[in-house]
Design a protein around this ligand. Structure first.
Ligand SMILES: [Zn+2]
Ligand SMILES: [Zn+2]
Length: 191
């Protein structure tokens, strides 16, 4: 039998090449695109890096038809000093619609991410009617009311918030589609 080493070698490389191809296309390069919810949540994460209150650096993205209408993060209204430069401005308050009467520290120097994003829409004349809002955690009652008043129709939260029961109740009554993407619970802010 004739033996052609160069042929054997190239046959060997063809087998190797085929293996590589399979590996490349079936394992390594199988690319899964993020869902729209994952996509906007990733953007929300980036937005939150600009937040200026260390008690909760949250961010928010408002979208419609899979395009961004507005973004916002925890921070003082523009032109006013923020917590990172002036320190927190703490008041004591009870949790809304909670019978325990317990007082909690609350920083009032900043607006919440949702409030800043909704206000930016107002400033630029962008209607948020029928929009979706992507937020770090279940909203506080003030933000929940603003979301309803702005005509936003879908709320997507990354995490749960321990005292968000009343907000959920209001959003539910207003017929707003409400989703929390993970089972993680946002810790109480430092008190
Ligand atoms: Zn603060
Ligand atoms: Zn809020």
């Amino acid at each position: 039998m004739l033996f052609y080493p160069h042929l054997a070698n190239s046959l060997h490389s063809v087998v190797k090449w085929k293996k590589n191809i399979n590996y490349k296309y079936m394992v390594e390069e199988k690319f899964v695109r993020p869902s729209w919810d994952e996509y906007f949540m990733k953007i929300r994460e980036a937005v939150s890096l600009r937040a200026t209150c260390g008690r909760g650096r949250a961010g928010c993205v408002i979208t419609k038809d899979n395009h961004i209408l507005s973004t916002g993060y925890v921070g003082a209204p523009s032109g006013l000093p923020d917590c990172d430069e002036a320190g927190h401005l703490i008041t004591k308050s009870t949790v809304e619609n909670d019978d325990s009467g317990e007082f909690h520290d609350h920083c009032v120097r900043t607006l919440h991410a949702e409030q800043n994003a909704i206000a930016y829409g107002a400033r630029k004349g962008v209607s948020l009617e029928g929009a979706s809002i992507y937020i770090s955690m279940e909203p506080c009652p003030v933000c929940a009311r603003l979301i309803i008043a702005a005509g936003i129709k879908r709320v997507v939260c990354e995490k749960k918030y321990p005292t968000a029961g009343y907000s959920r109740e209001m959003l539910d009554k207003a017929g707003i589609d409400f989703t929390v993407l993970t089972d993680r619970v946002q810790e109480y802010e430092k008190e």
